[in-house]
Each structure stands twice: as C-alpha cells, then as structure tokens.
Design a protein around this ligand. Structure first.
Ligand code: HEC
Length: 155
C-alpha cells in the first residue's frame, strides 16, 4: 500500500500473478472461502487509546518493537512488520482504520494467538497504533466519491 506500482511486464509482476494463480488452485469461483475476511467485531465499542498503549506494550511490542518500528533480519527483510513510521502502511490503507485494524488484530494477533484479546482490547490497541505517524496517501481524498466515508476512515 505504500510502495510504487510494479511495471506490468516485470519479473516481479509475473511472479506475484503466478503466486495468486497458485493460491487459487482448487478454489471454486464465486464462493466465499474459509478464512477470508476478518470476522465480526462490535463497532459500537468506544476506543480508549491510553489503554491501547498498555495492551501494545504488553502483547505486541515484543515483536513489533516498542516504537512500532518492527524487526528486520540481517538481509534487511522484515520478520515482524512495522505498525507505524515511514516503512509502515500508509493512512489510506484499510489497516489505518480503527475498526478494520481491530477486526484483523482480534482474529489474528498476537501471532498464533488470534481470538485471545477481547473486542474492547482489540479496538483500544487498534486506536493506539493506527493513530501513530505514518506515510500519507494523497489519493485517499478520492476514496469515498459518494460521500459514504466510514467513521473511522482517515481524512
Ligand atoms: C509473536 C510475534 C507477534 C506478536 C506478539 C504480535 N504480532 Fe502482529 N504480526 C506479526 C507478524 C509475523 C506479522 C506479519 C503476518 C503476515 O504477514 O502474515 C504481523 C502483522 C501484524 C499486522 C499487519 C501489519 C500490516 O502491515 O498489514 C498488524 C496490524 C499487527 N500485526 C498488529 C499486532 C498487534 C496489535 C499485536 C498485539 C496485540 C501484535 N500484532 C502482536 C507478529 C506478531
């Protein structure tokens, strides 16, 4: 979400298309696949960023870094992705929205312990990390042309 578009005829584009095709092997067309999407989360919960900060340092910082900077391997590739800062996803990403991020976190994080946070903890920690500094995506101003911008979309 925060990179440059791949040239259509590049090796990388071919590789990613081959990977997507491989993922689709044996998957029927037009049906929702198990594991797709994030699952439900109560959007009426009010976020508490201070409590979220505490959840982050107790349950997330060990992998994502105390400053959300992630952890890199000696090869310079990330083993744990940054959650904010210049190498993180930008503010136009779905992951920068409190309730979208909370649903992802609730069902998938901490790694291999999805479903262990309460909905409230997920909303609080999501409010905290989504509102840290991150790259700005100018195109987001055109994201909701019909004016149906969700309450947690970043402006
Ligand atoms: C044991 C290590 C570990 C812990 C603890 C952990 N994560 Fe993660 N997290 C990961 C890894 C690895 C990924 C990348 C997963 C992937 O790409 O499939 C990830 C991905 C993410 C992403 C997606 C980032 C992106 O760029 O899309 C978010 C958001 C996230 N984690 C939030 C959290 C939160 C919030 C917590 C604490 C409640 C947490 N994580 C705890 C290892 C961890």
């Amino acid at each position: 979400m925060n990179g440059k578009g791949l040239p259509y005829d590049s090796e990388e584009m071919n590789n990613i298309l081959a990977y997507m095709q491989w993922l689709s092997i044996g998957v029927p067309t037009g049906v929702s696949v198990k594991g797709r999407g994030f699952g439900p989360l109560d959007q009426k919960l009010k976020p508490d960023a201070n409590h979220g900060k505490q959840v982050f340092s107790e349950k997330c910082a060990s992998c994502h870094g105390a400053g959300g900077e992630g952890v890199k391997l000696p090869t310079d590739a990330y083993i744990f992705p940054p959650l904010w800062g210049s190498n993180s996803f930008n503010d136009g990403a779905g992951m920068a929205r409190t309730y979208t991020a909370a649903a992802f976190v609730k069902h998938n994080m901490p790694l291999n312990q999805g479903g262990t946070l309460t909905d409230q903890e997920a909303v609080d920690v999501a409010e905290y990390f989504t509102h840290q500094p991150r790259p700005v995506y100018p195109g987001k101003l055109r994201d909701w042309p019909k004016g149906d911008k969700p309450k947690d979309a970043r402006s």
